[in-house]
Design a protein around this ligand. Structure first.
Ligand SMILES: *Cc1c(COP(=O)(O)O)cnc(C)c1O
Length: 384
């Protein structure tokens, strides 16, 4: 891979080369647990498949390149990747966590990692004054998401990097880029140290695998993450690695359509008179639209809207014909989610209310179908 390659070419080729044995153009799925050694201490870099697998190597190289990173480390799920990032810390360290991060991320920190002596502060990372106040001398990690789920709030990554620098804080800045994808936003270029993903969502893109990845330009962090990957063992399987590789070959095409469909739907929803609010960073009415334009190339496929009427929302949820009522996001097919009763059920009611996650809120994962069919589906559901 040359550094001058454009994104679409990187999607299709990075990390991969024709199979050395057969010339197979597509990376084989290496279903093996071990590798023959020619003699004592003589092998081809592969000894045991928890440590290294050629299919996983390929997807790690591919995903790293997409984020403009040198190193990638793939895990069994997005949360396994998140846990590996947290395992860079030690007992007694403090971390700052966005106040609207993925529920599973909060649960992992609050219910598991905190039992091992990590302390944390949750804060609205878009509020630099609040973030400044949350940083302590022993803060070793700032972990944030932008855009957030399901409220689509943004954090200025460059500004957070600037703040950490100004404070001389030794904290690693880690950004969950699952919602934006590297097609739309490249946090490493904005000053993040680590970017992590649930590949389950847009990177794989077909709702048929669970996986995660952490990428970085720091050789030191990469080495420590590979150590954790091997020592703790939450690796991405060869089959899942192959599925993600297949997925990223069309990432640029899918994201173009996700971006376009979602923007059109957000605009269509916004001009209706019967909705209380529409949340989408690509709308001029989004309070951080200027930041969105500066930080993102496109605004991705998630749109949330609030009917202002919980009864109506609950009635609507089951009337869609194309949008499937389901958790998750980022696949080619459109999904609809009622956060309060689905993804955000475990968030305490008071916290939900503070974030704006009401009973009357719906979140769309806009797929790559014909947008006219999606709008017709929304129209009939809004009438129901
Ligand atoms: C889904 C998701 C995760 C967790 O990923 P899994 O693959 O489900 O473990 C983390 N962060 C975000 C933003 C997600 O959407």
């Amino acid at each position: 891979m040359t550094t001058t390659q454009r994104f679409a070419t990187t999607c299709i080729h990075a990390g991969q080369q024709p199979d050395l044995l057969s010339g197979a153009l597509m990376t084989p799925v290496y279903f093996t647990s071990t590798y023959i050694q020619e003699g004592l201490n003589q092998h081809r870099g592969y000894e045991y498949a928890r440590t290294r697998n050629p299919t996983r190597d390929a997807v790690e190289g591919n995903l790293a390149a997409l984020e403009g990173a040198e190193f990638g480390v793939a895990f069994a799920s997005g949360l396994a990747a998140t846990q590996a990032v947290l395992e860079l810390l030690s007992s007694g360290d403090h971390l700052v966590l966005g106040d609207n991060v993925y529920g599973g991320t909060f649960r992992l920190v609050d219910k598991i990692m905190s039992r091992f002596g990590l302390t944390y502060t949750q804060v609205d990372t878009s509020d630099l004054a609040a973030l400044r106040a949350a940083i302590q001398p022993h803060t070793k990690l700032v972990m944030l998401e932008t855009p957030t789920n399901p409220m689509l709030g943004l954090t200025d990554i460059e500004a957070v990097r600037g703040l950490l620098k100004e404070l001389g804080a030794p904290a690693i800045l880690a950004v969950d880029n699952t919602f934006a994808t590297p097609f739309n936003q490249r946090p490493l270029e904005l000053g993040a140290d680590l970017v992590f993903h649930s590949t389950t969502k847009y990177l794989n893109g077909h709702s048929d695998s669970i996986g995660g990845v952490v990428v970085t330009n720091s050789a030191e962090l990469s080495e420590r993450l590979h150590f954790i990957q091997n020592a703790a063992g939450a690796i991405l399987s060869p089959m899942e690695s192959w599925l993600v590789l297949r997925g990223t070959k069309t990432l640029h095409l899918r994201m173009e359509r996700h971006n376009a469909n979602a923007l059109q739907i957000a605009r269509w929803l916004e001009q209706r008179k019967d909705l209380k609010s529409v949340y989408y960073p690509g709308l001029e009415s989004h309070p951080q639209h200027e930041l969105a334009k500066r930080q993102m190339k496109g605004f991705s496929g998630i749109v949330s809207f609030d009917t202002g009427d919980a009864e109506r929302t609950r009635r609507m949820a089951a009337t869609f014909k194309i949008f499937a009522l389901a958790e998750s996001l980022g696949g080619v097919e459109s999904l609809i989610c009622h956060p309060v009763s689905m993804t955000h059920g475990s968030v305490p009611e008071g916290d939900r209310a503070k974030l704006g996650i009401t009973d009357s809120l719906l979140r769309l994962s806009v797929g790559v179908e014909d947008v006219r069919d999606l709008i017709e589906d929304l129209e009939q559901a809004l009438k129901a």
